[in-house]
Design a protein. Sequence first.
Length: 309
Amino acid sequence: MARGDVLLTVLAPRITADAQQQVAELAEQFGLRAGAARCLADVSLPGQRYDCIEQRFTAGSLDTAAFRTAALALGEALAVDIVIQEDNRDLAKPRLVCFDMDSTLIKAEVIDELARRHGVGDEVAEVTERAMRGELDFKESFRERMSKLAGLNESVLAEIAAELPLMDGVERLMANLKHFGYRTVILSGGFTYFAHHLQDKLGFDEVHANELIIEHGKVTGEVHEPIVDAQRKADLLEQIALREGFTLAQTIAVGDGANDLKMLAKAGLGVAFRAKPVVRAQARQAISISGIDGVLYVMGYRDADLIDW
């Protein structure tokens, strides 16, 4: 049970009056008392991509888990994102934002792309999908997938890096996070080779991922230990925050797979982005309709606050 103020953020390419009414009815159903509302984005204005309304509610006694489950179901039915968070912005201003990479910052699972080029795409993609749904141990599945890449030419890495499709809104998100002075980090179960490529392109402050072992111009099918799995991501988020002098309440994590759940749970704000159903169900916050720049609205920024990119 939660008491105190709750922030409800509703985000979509367009929010209808009916959708607003249904969200208000859901809040009333759970005993929330409506407070001040802010329009963070208005798609009717020139150059704007989204509608976004943030409203504060007071909870006498709220079953937060049940409310989030109901809000997730309603959001899916209405094709809007409904994000619930405790209103503690005045107590802990975020300073550190950590991201998964594959299917979060980019529209690809790099290991699947490597496998496809190596002629083992279908079998590796099947294992990847099961791992991201949480059906397989990540380390075990990762080693299995890596073994199938043995003998891949190093030149293929550069070809794939040059073609990586960026996630919708990622350039706008990163331009604004840098403008506002956040420390940004990639925490990936993918590979440093591609994470450094994104770092150079988008300006991340640091990168932690798996380092491929390459010998005589060929991928060996192994990586240097330790493997970046779910626990390693969560530990790194905490270690970086401690090193930089931030509390965990000042951290944000964004990811899409089961391998991100521990990181999302540890962060002050943990956003599942276009995530697998099991991840959306377990994460405290989730956005699926907007691009990844929707994270800016969940943080409370208005379009008027944001810079052009």
